[in-house]
Design a protein around this ligand. Sequence first.
Ligand code: 3NM
Length: 214
Amino acid sequence: MFTKPSIYYILGTPNAGERDPLKLLEEALKGGISHFQLREKGMNALTGQSLKEFALKCQALCRKYGVPFIINDDVELAHELNADGVHVGQEDAKASDVRARVGDRMMLGVSVHSVEEAAEAIQNGADYLGMGPIYGTKSKSDAKAPSGVSKIIQVRERFPEAPVIGIGGITADNAEAVWEAGAAGIAVISAITEAGNVQEEVQKMVASYKGAIL
Ligand code: 3NM
């Protein structure tokens, strides 16, 4: 599910700004992302039918490149579209309820910020954990204070089998520490979305794994 190094791209239309989100996604897929999460949040976020139509286009692109398509928060949309996964935060639906709703046919990711939240998420059926923010982020207005990689290390010590995906302010230049902490992957919005050359940026992120001391 998470072959190292996993590059987990997250995007919603508000993140894309002036750029075409589907072009960004296709460039990122060409560059070698391993996972894609549609996270449609914030100002002018799509809803209802327009969200569904956009999600279907993202899903078709992901299928073309053989990359899992994951939906953030909207469990019903994930269910309706038969997405490959659904991801929830601590303020969203309870992981155990989501697992009960989607069964075993979908991967379930949960955002956690501590060893305690990680333990609970795993007990409630999470397949992987998103941990952050590692570094400062401008993409989540209610993000907690950055905690570096220390919490990833703690979670890896307690749950060595659980795939941990670091998130928050991660770039090709600061990803090595996240790999060294034992993360299976890095989740990224801005460093990919705002890159001058999206394909190259993703390739640099893949290459950052080789630079890490493991
Ligand atoms: N969740 P960027 S940080 C969606 O800490 C999200 O749980 C976070 O975006 C968490 O790569 C974050 O632009 C935003 O920093 C990540």
